[in-house]
Design a protein around this ligand. Structure first.
Ligand code: UDP
Length: 370
């Protein structure tokens, strides 16, 4: 029997929205549902005082893939924002990512040769041959000064456990360079949608049926009957009623403040390394879009323990959780007429461009076959 929709898409974040757009373009009928009161998943922005506030944490789009850049720009034009975070450490401000400016501010080194010599000297003292955890990894990559100033306390706040007990791969993301270049990302294309991320999602979902404040799990039998296939971007363990166990996350708590000043910190992102601050960073949202408003909105980001009632942000990809995920993944492959995808159903910390690329690949494969 033919159902009302070809695809029921559970979740209107980037994965669901790209899939919905592609399927609709291919002549399929889609219904998108989201349990939140708005579309866009974690890229959603809330307008406060005329400023797009990144409600679920700062999102900065970047990619090396020209076709992906063109893809997102068809929905909304992107500005030329580049992420150049600052770090407050032991009372002093430094440039991030670790580059010639940081090394100059930290040690007074003026040339790449001097900076490299300084790092080599420190790595020779503190580094180890085969780093087994984040602390050893950091000491082996950049030495003790950088580890103590920018990594140890930030990381321990962020993850709520000792750096010596965390997996090394977490800081493989942190770039180190020997040029005076404060651009955090190495990618060729970078920016923020002009007018905010909601424009991007609205562009993708234009003309597609969307229902918010609707939880798939409130009546999954009813929803399952609506469509031939389901595209699911929620938590994979929840889909299977947590029957093998609960996948763990690290959560975040955001505190917004509206300030009667036009410029609080002069930068979109300032990291607070020291342990005496409970938050890890302050985001000043207007700077993402070069805002000229009289007021400003800042957000302090407090890492938190996760429990099933809290928002799931960072997957804890340790051995225990990863093998539990692998078991769920096996179950998901046995499901018929079901397409999984995105950060929560793949238990993977994705950047935005990666999720979009994934949704494009999955939808292409599905639409070619189906
Ligand atoms: N990190 C750090 N110091 C910093 C920023 C990041 O030690 O000033 C570490 C920290 O362990 C964090 C990881 O690098 O979890 C990745 O940070 P990034 O800011 O790239 O990730 P985000 O939280 O923005 O996704």
């Amino acid at each position: 029997m033919k159902n009302e929709y070809d695809y029921l898409i559970v979740g209107s974040g980037l994965f669901g929205s790209v899939f919905a757009y592609e399927a609709t373009k291919a002549g399929k009928k889609c219904l998108v549902i989201d349990k939140r009161e708005h579309i866009g998943g974690n890229v959603y922005c809330e307008n406060i005082e005329g400023i797009n506030v990144h409600k679920y944490g700062a999102h900065i789009f970047h990619t090396n893939d020209k076709s992906l850049w063109n893809y997102v720009n068809q929905f909304v034009e992107f500005n030329n924002f580049t992420n150049s975070p600052m770090s407050l450490s032991k009372g002093k401000l430094y440039n991030l990512p670790f580059n010639m400016n940081t090394f100059n501010q930290l040690w007074g080194t003026k040339t790449p040769h001097e900076a490299k010599a300084k790092i080599d000297e420190q790595v020779a003292i503190y580094g180890v041959e085969n780093p087994k955890n984040l602390e050893e990894q950091a000491l082996s990559l950049v030495g003790k000064d950088i580890y103590d100033h920018f990594i140890k306390e930030y990381t321990e706040k962020q993850w709520g456990r000792k750096a010596s007990e965390l997996p090394a791969f977490i800081i493989k993301r942190l770039p180190v360079r020997f040029t005076f270049d404060n651009n955090y990302f190495n990618d060729i294309y970078q920016g923020i949608p002009i007018g905010g991320y909601n424009k991007l999602i609205e562009g993708m979902l234009e003309g597609i049926e969307v229902i918010t404040k609707t939880d798939y799990f409130s009546d999954r039998n009813k929803f399952n009957k609506l469509s031939n296939k389901i595209v699911y971007s929620g938590k994979i363990d929840e889909y299977f009623d947590y029957k093998l166990g609960i996948l763990e996350y690290r959560s975040l708590h955001f505190e917004n403040e509206i300030l009667e000043t036009d410029n609080f910190q002069g930068n979109a992102v300032v990291n607070y390394n020291d342990a005496n601050y409970d938050f890890t960073r302050i985001i000043e949202h207007k700077h993402f879009e070069f805002g000229k408003q009289n007021k400003t909105v800042i957000t302090k980001e407090y890492p938190q323990e996760w429990n099933p009632g809290r928002e799931a942000f960072y997957p804890i990809n340790d051995v225990k959780n990863q093998s539990l995920f692998d078991e769920y993944k096996k179950l998901s492959l046995e499901e018929k007429n079901l397409i999984f995808g995105g950060r929560l159903s793949e238990y993977k910390y994705y950047d935005m461009h990666q999720v979009i690329a994934l949704a494009l690949t999955r939808s292409k494969k599905e639409l070619e076959n189906g």
